[in-house]
Design a protein around this ligand. Structure first.
Ligand code: HSE
Length: 428
C-alpha cells in the first residue's frame, strides 16, 4: 500500500462538506488516479454538533484551525473558511510554518496576502494551490499556469461573479428594476454575507487580481484594481444597451500596457452575440488571450458545492501525484511589482444623460465632449417629455481620463439633470 495523502479540512460549510462527500464517495477513483489513497484525517469548524449531512466521526476534530494546521497526521491543509484576515490567515501561515501544503478557496486572503504567503510557502518548499478561488469549478488557474505556460498572455477577461451576472441577466429577462432582483437574489441565498462583496465588484476584483499575477508574472496587487459595482445599473440602461446590440456585464479585464498593468472590474457593454454577451445566470466565463493560442474561452459554474469542491479536489490530486508548481506559476521571488496603469486603453463609451428640455442643451453637451477631445459616434433621444429628454450617446474611442474631464464639466452646463451614466464598450 502506498502512503496515503492525509487532508485536514478547516471549514465545513458548503465547500468543506462537498470535499468530504467527494473524498468519501469517490475513494477508489481518487486512489486509482493519484496512485495512492487520499484520506481525511481531521476537520475543524465553528460548531461541532451541527448536522451537515455527512458523517464526520471518522475524523479527528479540532476547534481551532491553527491546531488543525499543525497536526502531525495532516499533509495538506485545506482552508475553506473564508475571510482575508483572522483565522484563515493565521491557520494558513501556521500550516506553512508546520511544513504543510495548502489548498484554499479563499480569494480574499490571496488577493490581500497572496504574495507574502507565496514567498513563505516557497521558502519552506511548500505549495499553495487555489483553483477554487477563481471562477468556482472552471479550471482557469490550471489553464493559465500549465496548459498555456508556453504563451505570452496578452489579455485576460472574465465574468467572475455569478451573482452579478444573475442579477443583470434577470433584470433583462424579467424587465425588473435592480432593487427587485437584488431582493430576489438575497431570498435565493445567492449573496455573500456582505452583499457589497458581490455587487460592489470586490469578490470579482479579488479573482481578477489573482489571474493578473499569474498571467503577467507580477505580484498580486488587488489595491490597483479599478473597481466599480453594478449598483447603479438601471433597467433603462439594460434596455438601451440591448437596443444597440449590447449586453451589460460586470466584466474583469487585465492586460499589460506600455504604461503598466491595467486591471479593471466594472460594468461594461459587450456585443450581445459574443460568448460573454450570451452568458446567462450565475455562470462564469474566462477568456484568455495568448500570443500562440489566440483566444481560449472557458465557461462553467462559478459557485456551489459540487463545482467548488471539484476545483479543490483538482488541486489535491495534483499534490497527491507529486505535481508541484510555484504558487503564481513563477517563483514568488521573481514576480515583479507592476506599475498600475489606470484605464489607459481607449475604448468607446456609452453615455446616458438626462437633459433639461431647453434650446441648445444638446449643443452644450456636444461642445463639452468636443473640448475634451471626444468624438460622438451615435446619438439617440428617448421618451421625451415636457421637462427632460433622456439622451444616449455612443462615443468613438476615448480614454476614461478624457471622459471624466467631460463628465466633470457637465453639472456646470445648467442643462444636465442628475448624474450621467458612463459605461465602457469592451472589445471582446
Ligand atoms: N459570490 C460569488 C459569486 C461566489 O456570486 O460568484 C464566490 O466567489
Amino acid at each position: 500500500m502506498t502512503t496515503p495523502l492525509r487532508l485536514g479540512i478547516a471549514g465545513l460549510g458548503t465547500v468543506g462538506t462537498g470535499i468530504v462527500k467527494i473524498v468519501r464517495q469517490k475513494a477508489s477513483l481518487l486512489a486509482e488516479r493519484a496512485g495512492r489513497p487520499v484520506v481525511i484525517t481531521a476537520v475543524s469548524a465553528r460548531s461541532k454538533d451541527k448536522d451537515r449531512g455527512v458523517p464526520l466521526s471518522d475524523y479527528a476534530w479540532e476547534d481551532d484551525p491553527v491546531a488543525l494546521a499543525q497536526r502531525h497526521d495532516v499533509d495538506v491543509f485545506i482552508e475553506v473558511m473564508g475571510g482575508h484576515d483572522g483565522p484563515a490567515k493565521d491557520a494558513t501561515e501556521a500550516a506553512i510554518a508546520a511544513g504543510k501544503d495548502v489548498v484554499t478557496a479563499n480569494k480574499a486572503l490571496l488577493a490581500h496576502h497572496g504574495h507574502a504567503l507565496a514567498l513563505s510557502a516557497e521558502a519552506a518548499g511548500r505549495v499553495i494551490r487555489f483553483e477554487a478561488a477563481v471562477a468556482g469549478g472552471v479550471p482557469v488557474i490550471k489553464a493559465l499556469t500549465e496548459g498555456l505556460a508556453g504563451n505570452e498572455i496578452t489579455r485576460v477577461m472574465g465574468v467572475m461573479n455569478g451573482t452579478c451576472n444573475y442579477i443583470l441577466t434577470r433584470m433583462q429577462s424579467s424587465d425588473l428594476p435592480y432593487a427587485d432582483v437584488f431582493a430576489e437574489a438575497d431570498a435565493l441565498g445567492f449573496l455573500e454575507a456582505d452583499p457589497n462583496l458581490d455587487v460592489g465588484g470586490i469578490d470579482a476584483g479579488h479573482k481578477l487580481s489573482l489571474l493578473a499575477a499569474i498571467a503577467f508574472g507580477t505580484q498580486v496587487d488587488f489595491d490597483a484594481v479599478e473597481l466599480e459595482g453594478i449598483q447603479n445599473i438601471t433597467i433603462e440602461d439594460i434596455h438601451r444597451a440591448a437596443d444597440m446590440g449590447y449586453r451589460i456585464k460586470l466584466l474583469g479585464v487585465c492586460q499589460m500596457t506600455g504604461r503598466g498593468l491595467e486591471q479593471r472590474m466594472s460594468p461594461c457593454l459587450v456585443p450581445d452575440n459574443s460568448p460573454l454577451g450570451q452568458l446567462e445566470g450565475g455562470t462564469n466565463m474566462c477568456v484568455i488571450e495568448g500570443d500562440q493560442v489566440e483566444q481560449v474561452v472557458m465557461r462553467g459554474p462559478g459557485a456551489g458545492m459540487g463545482p467548488t469542491a471539484s476545483a479543490v479536489m483538482g488541486d489535491v490530486m495534483d499534490i497527491a501525484r507529486g505535481i508541484r508548481i510555484p504558487v503564481f506559476g513563477k517563483p514568488a521571488h521573481m514576480l515583479t511589482q507592476a506599475k498600475p496603469a489606470r484605464a489607459v486603453t481607449p475604448a468607446p463609451y456609452y453615455l446616458r444623460l438626462t437633459l433639461e428640455d431647453k434650446p441648445g442643451a444638446l449643443a452644450k453637451v456636444a461642445t463639452v465632449l468636443g473640448e475634451a477631445g471626444i468624438s460622438i459616434d451615435r446619438m439617440r433621444q428617448y421618451d421625451h417629455n415636457e421637462e427632460t429628454a433622456p439622451v444616449l450617446i455612443v462615443t468613438h474611442k476615448t480614454t476614461r481620463a478624457a471622459l471624466d474631464t467631460a463628465l466633470d464639466a457637465m453639472p456646470g452646463l445648467g442643462v444636465v439633470a442628475g448624474t450621467p451614466v458612463a459605461l465602457r464598450i469592451e472589445r471582446v
